[in-house]
Design a binder for this molecule. Structure first.
Ligand SMILES: *[C@@H]1O[C@H](CO)[C@@H](O)[C@H](O)[C@H]1NC(C)=O
Ligand SMILES: *[C@@H]1O[C@H](CO)[C@@H](O)[C@H](O)[C@H]1NC(C)=O
Ligand SMILES: *[C@@H]1O[C@H](CO)[C@@H](O)[C@H](O)[C@H]1NC(C)=O
Ligand SMILES: *[C@@H]1O[C@H](CO)[C@@H](O)[C@H](O)[C@H]1NC(C)=O
Length: 455
């Protein structure tokens, strides 16, 4: 009797377990090879995933929410997912190189999503890219409304012109990053004075700037450089995005919670230079601050004590540090001018020695982080020579195949190509071809294993 009772309790427990609701996937369509023919004129937001990839698994619940949100908001965008290992031919036609890859497919265009993988960010992206390339602002109210919602606002002013054609062309490429609007001159705020119309303006930093073809070069690179506010809070992801602009990134590295004059003063100096020396520096520099030195230290493989000021060249991994502490705006201007005229000495770089240092540094940080999170595992792994080798491999492999914004490392910032199409973080993995799936699988399992241990 007792045994039977136990059995029934177990059975109930088991059935309860089975009754746990499976995630709602009704609004996410499973896509296969027929997608190419069937997608027709619809706009699609597609997650190309691989079943073994950890970041894909993390994305799945978010993706279901995205599907639900797009459907309930009445958006014309259809949301799907495709197992890119099964439909590899089609996936590679769409330029899928790493997992997960999120793309919005609209007509002939395929737009890559590279932002944080949260519902809000992905939905915002889909609505922006799926909507009109140029959004008209018919009234002052509309202009004010939109200006309140966007920190950076690109506006075309005037009637049809070749400049407008260029503006549309640029928008079709850069809508992945920002919105584009058009307005008539009457709709603009009163403080705007234009010497000529048509014109392209950017409203930001509580003022506006007018595009000048002669001084600013082509419109596309101007938009790309102006799409950030003059002063930013910089984190790993912003740094990665800023890589596309080709600007040097000048940041105060401070502790945001420290209210002492050293920290707040340095921040104010950077803000002052960003604002009042914009004409001198904005073409070459992006200003901002970073909270904490952890990220920057792993990026530079250095040990900077905060507060400090550093200028990064994301295209060749070099950086500049002032030789004496910066106490005033003048000190900073002098230091930055030194970088511009080539007298400041660069450190770091992407030479062979730096690469070796990077491998050693990554291996060391892996060892340290494993020991920190789980000393027992550390002892176990490092007690065995095999463990040492495997962890070194792990360090080296992840340095090349890391994905996901959470784990963005210096490599991600630097290897990022400016191209919008198909550039993703796991390119190295792709080059190995489909037949290396097993290798990647093993890598991933090892990674998952270590991630679990870290947790
Ligand atoms: C704030 O920064 C100063 C200078 O770096 C440092 O001496 C002080 O200990 C910091 N205070 C806190 C609360 O971290
Ligand atoms: C930054 O790196 C690029 C690419 O190597 C180089 O052309 C440029 O001169 C560098 N800028 C500075 C200020 O060193
Ligand atoms: C980046 O992309 C462009 C095409 O958009 C290509 O010409 C260039 O070779 C690429 N660079 C790298 C490093 O892949
Ligand atoms: C994978 O291996 C099979 C059999 O060896 C071969 O036919 C196929 O072309 C390979 N695929 C790739 C992408 O290398």
């Amino acid at each position: 009797m007792a045994a039977a009772g136990l059995c029934s309790i177990l059975a109930t427990a088991a059935s309860l377990f089975l009754l746990v609701p499976t995630p709602v996937t009704a609004f996410v369509e499973d896509l296969d090879d027929s997608f190419k023919e069937n997608r027709k004129d619809d706009i699609w937001l597609v997650d190309f995933y691989a079943p073994w990839c950890g970041h894909c698994k993390k994305l799945e619940p978010v993706w279901n929410d995205v599907g639900t949100e797009m459907r309930t908001s009445g958006s014309p965008v259809r949301v799907g997912k495709m197992d890119a290992t099964v439909h590899s031919g089609l996936a590679s036609e769409y330029g899928v190189r790493g997992f997960p890859t999120i793309k919005l497919l609209k007509g002939e265009m395929a737009y890559n999503y590279r932002g944080p993988r949260t519902k809000e960010d992905i939905v915002e992206f889909a609505n922006r890219v799926a909507g009109p390339l140029i959004r008209p602002l018919p009234s002052q109210q509309m202009f004010d409304h939109v200006q309140k919602r966007h920190n950076v606002l690109f506006v075309y002013v005037g009637v049809e012109s070749t400049l407008k054609e260029k503006f549309i062309e640029v928008a079709s490429e850069l809508i992945v990053y920002t919105y584009f609007f058009s307005a008539s001159e009457e709709v603009l705020p009163e403080y705007v004075t234009l010497n000529e119309v048509p014109a392209v303006l950017v409203f930001k930093d509580s003022t506006y700037f007018v595009y000048d073809e002669y001084e600013d070069g082509d419109l596309s690179s101007w938009v790309n450089k102006e799409r950030f506010e003059g002063y930013l809070q910089v984190d790993g992801f912003t740094l990665y995005e800023l890589g596309d602009t080709g600007k040097l990134v000048a940041v105060a590295v401070i502790d945001d919670k420290n209210n002492s004059a050293e920290h707040t003063g340095l921040k104010s100096i950077v803000q002052d230079v960003a604002k009042n020396y914009r004409d001198h520096f904005h073409r070459d520099f992006q200003f901002g601050h970073m909270d904490g030195n952890e990220y920057i230290n792993s990026l530079l493989m250095d040990d900077l004590s905060i507060p400090t000021f550093v200028v990064l060249n994301t295209s060749n991994q070099q950086y500049f540090l002032p030789s004496k502490p910066i106490k005033s705006t003048e000190d900073m201007v002098q230091f930055i001018n030194g970088i511009l005229d080539g007298t400041a000495e660069a450190q770091g770089g992407d030479g062979i020695l730096q690469r070796i240092k990077r491998i050693a540094f990554d291996a060391k940080s892996t060892v340290v982080s494993v020991f920190k999170s789980s000393p027992l595992l550390g002892c176990f792994l490092f007690g065995l020579p095999l463990g040492v080798i495997s962890i070194m491999c792990y360090g080296i492999c992840t340095a090349d195949t890391d994905d996901g914004t959470e784990e963005m490392t210096r490599k991600d910032v630097i290897d990022q190509n400016v191209s919008d199409e198909g550039s993703d973080e796991e390119q190295d993995e792709d080059k190995k071809g489909e037949n290396s799936t097993e290798v990647s699988d093993a890598d991933q399992e090892e990674k998952d294993f270590i991630e679990k241990k870290k947790d």
